[in-house]
Design a protein around this ligand. Sequence first.
Ligand code: NAI
Ligand code: MG
Length: 496
Amino acid sequence: MSDVQLLPAVREFLASPKRLFIGGQWQDAAKGRHFAVENPATAQTICQVADGDEADVDAAVAAARAAFEGPWRWETPARRGYLLFRLAELIDAHAEELAQLITLENGKPIANARGEAASAANIIRYFAGWPTKIEGSTVPVSPASGAPMLNYTLREPVGVCALIVPWNFPLTMCVWKLGPALATGCTAVLKPAEQTPLVAVRLVQLIEQAGFPAGVVNLLTGFGMRTGAPLAAHADVDKIAFTGSTQVGRLIAQAATGNMKKVSLELGGKSPNIILPDADIARAAKGAADGIFYNQGQVCTAASRLYVHEKVLDQVLDELRRHAAAHVIGSGLNSSTTLGPLVSERQLGMVSGYLQRGVEEGAELICGGKRPEHLEHGHFIEPSVFLDRAERACVAREEIFGPVLTVMSWSDVDELAQRANDSPYGLAAGLWTNDLRAAHRLAAQLKAGSVWINCWNVVDPASPFGGYKQSGWGREMSKHVIDAYTETKSVFVDLA
Ligand code: NAI
Ligand code: MG
């Protein structure tokens, strides 16, 4: 069932111990515990990984602190850029290994995992250009005394950063946070998700190989409560960057108040996607299907609410049925697969629960809705589409994080933005139209951090990414993320 042969390097990696990385040393967890990593396509254990807890958190934070106060703090910007460029080259050189690990532990189709590895190198390369361009300014101040006064600003790294990431893009999420942390001169303690620690371990091996000094990047594999929570609460962590559920985001924000650490959060979404009647309907329907089914729907920006103009509703539903049926469901290590398993039994349980409740609450199931019969093992679910005219069912309102689309129809353009904005989330929104005026008016009205016009899920390291409302705090990537990893110091010099 799988035609992708694992590379010898991947087999070797899986057979070798996967330890914590603290202060430049690979080491077992203080308590010597391990946990199993599962292949979601087979529900079989792949291997064991070190299971860190509070004692390991203390050690990793101390190592990150020592590196920050030590030579890393005074390393030249050019050297930081050079090391990041080396890391990008290493990611490219080991891209197939990284992709295979992503598919093994996350389940996604290998083509998508290869895309993730390629984009990780590009993101690190983008951040490699930053260290030499983070500038302060000279400020024309006006002292009351009239004395001559020089004022300038320094941009300094915020310090020790805790980076807690999820399993849906296990490599991308690491580099989105490591890139700016390392570019600005911070040090990091990285905590990957318990479902997908393998690609993070391999990435940190490459970081070591690139030549980053000991303690600059530390790795803690482990669970949310035992490893993530003490890291979020740690008094010697200066900043925490988190991507994951809104529920845990709230806990992190609370834990951060202990020492008022800086917080950035990328959380959930229930993003509206709008088809206007003038759109190229075939293209819009394909975009709508890709926007929800990509990565098995396990995307914070999934296009999960589709608003279709009533004139083109039947046509769009036909196209959606056709695109859903065209998906080849199976192991991501089969190169013809286009829809892999969900990441875990638990995720499958949550998505199945929504499929059932959607029907109970009166939404009409257009296609999908069950587990594919030919796949006994693994956490597979069919791509599914609901029509919910009343727009009240849970499937129209709550984040599902699975390949489940809910379609609504509309006729009044004046109500459209209000309906689209009627959500606690505000991560992304999109629209399909060739009407310039409608496109830009809606783009301005939609309360979302990303708006996609005639496209979906386009991200670029040069462009900011993040959420309005309960979708998060702050922005990742672009010049905006550099602000989030730096403090600005104002220096006054009396020249009298
Ligand atoms: P989660 O938010 O529990 O996990 C994300 C990361 O946070 C993992 O590394 C986890 O170990 C860590 N974590 C968990 N509890 C923590 C705590 N108390 N303190 C510090 N760190 C903690 O997400 P989970 O349980 O894997 O998925 C549940 C739902 O969350 C999904 O169904 C989806 O709706 C949403 N989610 C959203 C993501 C996004 O990209 N915005 C990514 C993953 C999940
Ligand atoms: Mg959780």
